[in-house]
Design a protein around this ligand. Structure first.
Ligand SMILES: Cc1cc2nc3c(=O)[nH]c(=O)nc-3n(C[C@H](O)[C@H](O)[C@H](O)COP(=O)(O)OP(=O)(O)OC[C@H]3O[C@@H](n4cnc5c(N)ncnc54)[C@H](O)[C@@H]3O)c2cc1C
Length: 416
């Protein structure tokens, strides 16, 4: 009898006998239990029962970014799935403020917002699966960051069920709402390690008059990067500007705004890029294609690097030399890449292997996160990189908000 089979159901809320738990797999281990609350009261009961039974809880939205993190501490764990917490709670189109439960998929909310000529400027690769709670918990920097900022910039308020079995509330449901310590910022990017976000409030944006997606093919990575930097340093304001390297090199420019402004920029940017030897293209890998490709890529070795925009040509060159498929957001210097599958068999301590070559290549001030790694490599490497000098503060916050280490123990920076 296996370890999981020997467990009877703990309660009706934390269930071992739900066959669906088999599909919640973290670092090659299926969840021992599934907990799918439909209210905040149930969340608090689940936390109480997890504490009494020594079970770790891993908040789980759409699962599109769930593999990012260190190994979960070795104990029985439950996937804390937000799929049943998916309701629209409040929407005031004139105020441009919307509140939803955290498990609502982004695509569903966008549909409601579009009916009022509004939208949220988040652009994850799988918007039908990605949940709003997951977007806040991961605070991934999207393609649209140059034009619209990050999820953190759009978040007005949230509610979170934390490990001492209480609800905490940050911000509110109006645009000017922060007095004292801004709890929204604390939970944004906390990757399920401080509690379960149950409710989120965002400010929305008006739908733009026009969106244009321009695709250019480039003869090589160096020329694509130089051309992109020329656009970045000129007076244009593209909503996104990225280079996709996979079966060729493509430069992608996203324009969002009034018809007049976007048409003027489309012409001027096209002229500038053609002067750099790029060609307008109708077919090829767009950044959306490559992000979907990376998300669904079978390679268990994936990485996100952050460098200065001027350092992106070198970073791209290195990734390509390692056989990676890569996407580079030029204005933010963020690169996402899937490395070839054979990288997974590299020894983590081989200083000439791909893992160390990448670690060593990060220029001062840059950063590298392994967004996916096989468990055997995670045992050796902190996927988030070395903790910084202020790590003691993070440890103090974790101790205060999650005193029994119930939420994703071991998964965050420094194996918190
Ligand atoms: C290659 C790649 C590119 C991406 N590019 C973009 C992009 O350009 N723009 C963009 O917006 N996003 C991007 N994303 C991010 C991602 O798709 C989503 O934004 C989001 O992070 C995942 O949402 P989810 O519901 O699938 O969360 P999950 O994958 O289920 O969870 C992600 C993390 O959040 C935690 N979590 C989930 N729900 C909650 C909750 N309710 N409370 C507390 N913690 C929770 C989980 O424990 C986990 O640590 C990218 C992801 C990948 C892998």
């Amino acid at each position: 009898m296996s370890a999981t089979e020997s467990h009877s159901p703990i309660t009706s809320l934390i269930c071992a006998e739900d066959a669906r738990r088999e599909s919640f797999v973290l670092d090659e281990k299926p969840a021992d239990f599934l907990a799918a609350p439909s209210s905040e009261e149930e969340c608090l009961q689940i936390i109480q029962q997890a504490h009494s039974n020594g079970i770790a809880l891993v908040p789980w939205g759409g699962g599109t970014d769930i593999q990012q993190g260190n190994l979960l501490e070795a104990r029985r764990w439950a996937a804390l799935h937000t799929g049943q917490m998916n309701r629209l709670l409040e929407y005031s189109p004139p105020d441009m403020v919307v509140t939803v439960q955290s498990g609502m998929p982004l695509a569903e909310l966008q549909k409601t917002l579009r009916e009022q000529n509004q939208f949220l400027p988040f652009d994850p690769p799988c918007e039908d699966r990605t949940t709003l709670g997951g977007i806040v918990a991961a605070n991934r920097q999207g393609l649209l960051r140059p034009g619209f900022g990050t999820p953190r910039d759009r978040l007005l308020g949230l509610r979170v069920a934390i490990g001492n079995k209480t609800m905490v509330k940050g911000g509110g449901k109006v645009v000017k709402n922060v007095a004292g310590y801004d709890l929204c910022k604390l939970f944004t990017g906390s990757f399920g390690t401080l509690g379960l976000i149950t409710e989120v409030t965002f400010k929305t944006n008006p739908l733009p008059e026009r969106q244009a997606h321009l695709l250019f093919s480039a003869p090589d990575t160096q020329r694509a990067a130089t051309a992109a930097l020329a656009v970045h340093t000129a007076r244009f304001q593209p909503a996104s500007l990225s280079i996709a390297c996979h079966e060729g090199t493509y430069l992608y420019v996203g324009l969002i705004g009034s018809r007049e402004a976007t048409e003027w920029q489309e012409k001027a940017i096209t002229d500038l890029l053609m002067e750099h030897g790029l060609q307008r293209s109708e077919a090829g890998w767009t950044d959306s294609d490559i992000r979907r490709y990376i998300v669904n890529h079978p390679s268990p070795v994936q990485v996100r690097m952050t460098v200065r925009p001027t350092e992106t040509p070198d970073a791209l060159k290195l990734l390509i030399s390692l056989g990676a498929s890569a996407l580079c957001h030029v204005p933010t210097g963020i690169l996402e890449a899937a490395l070839p599958q054979e990288t997974a068999t590299a020894h983590p301590r081989d200083i000439n292997g791909p893992i160390w070559r990448l670690q060593r290549s990060i220029p001062q001030g840059g950063h590298l996160v392994w967004t996916r790694l096989p468990p055997v490599l995670k045992a050796e490497i902190d996927v988030w990189g070395a903790p910084r000098a202020d790590f003691a503060l993070m440890r103090g916050i974790k101790r205060t908000l999650d005193p029994h280490r119930l939420f994703s123990p071991g998964r965050f920076i420094g194996r918190l």
